[in-house]
Ligand binder design. Structure first.
Ligand code: 9MG
Length: 278
């Protein structure tokens, strides 16, 4: 999944793709580099950021989604937690809803996802983007996030969202301490028991900056290392800025993992492949 932030203030590429034509060109470039989905967002969710009104978000994302749709039949997701924005984006050609609040910000999001039959990404976040990095704590970060995601799966299904339309995301960097982010990536395979595809957003995030002491634009190698480990641990979708290098790294990692599976060295990967075979 390639990231397309149509915002003036996102943490690593704020302002770069704020202009419609530049955003469309960048989205198409990420598809040509191997992205299977482009995630279009009009509201920054970086730590400390304020929400923007729906009309501002709409003005930012709709022209980009309709522009991309004119050129491609590939998948487009809309990064929003507002039902009004999700409805308009899906009408304009988006296929997937990426809701970083896991359907908690806007109660109407449940019926929108159910009625449109759109796949929905349910992400864990402690607090809001404004408050989430104010001393988050967990007794057991894996157990607590799994319990939260399980609860949101049940809520979604009770409200008519199909199980096969649910994608889960532990929300790296969203109300997490440095060590929580490392623990989540290291133990991503624990989320397999929830029996849904797993998405992770590791790209250029602050845990990488903390390890390497580099700004967001210099976090590509750190992102690559995190991406490969996430795939080994069972991630199905990676949300990233630098599509081309990450796609190449993952293709190589997957070829090795598939050979390991064929040799009987990676049982859980084989189980996942069998259970998701058409
Ligand atoms: C919008 N956004 C920023 N980071 C993200 C992440 O890690 N996951 C998802 N689903 N969305 C994100």
């Amino acid at each position: 999944m390639g990231i397309l932030n149509v915002t003036p203030d996102s943490f690593s590429d704020g302002g770069l793709f704020f202009e419609k034509d530049k955003a469309i060109e960048h989205g198409l470039r990420m598809f040509s580099e191997g992205a299977n989905i482009i995630d279009v967002g009009g509201e920054s969710t970086r730590p400390g950021s304020d929400p923007v009104p729906a009309d501002v978000e709409l003005k930012r994302v709709l022209p980009v989604i309709s522009g991309l749709r004119k050129h491609t039949r590939n998948l487009i997701s809309v990064d929003t937690s507002k039902s009004e924005v999700a409805i308009a984006a899906l009408a304009e050609g988006a296929n997937i809803i990426n809701d970083v609040t896991a359907l908690r910000n806007d109660p109407k999001m449940l019926s929108v996802a159910a009625q449109t039959d759109a796949p929905v990404i349910l992400m864990h976040m402690k607090g809001t983007p404004k408050t989430m990095q104010r001393r988050p704590t967990y007794k057991n970060v894996i157990v607590e996030i799994k319990a939260f995601l399980e609860k949101q799966i049940q809520l979604a299904i009770k409200n008519g969202i199909k199980k096969e339309n649910i994608i889960l995301d532990p929300g790296i960097g969203f109300g997490k301490r440095f060590e929580d982010n490392l623990t989540l990536i290291r133990n991503l395979s624990d989320f397999a028991t929830l029996d849904q595809p797993i998405l992770v957003g590791i790209s250029r995030k602050s845990f990488i900056g903390k390890i390497l002491d580099v700004p967001p634009r210099e976090r590509e190698e750190g992102t690559l290392a995190s991406a490969v480990i996430s795939v080994i641990q069972g991630a199905h979708i990676l949300r990233v800025h630098d599509v081309a290098p990450i796609k190449r790294a993952i293709l190589v990692a997957e070829a090795i993992l598939d050979d390991m599976w064929a040799a009987g060295l990676f049982a859980h990967r084989g189980e996942f492949k069998r259970s998701h075979a058409n």
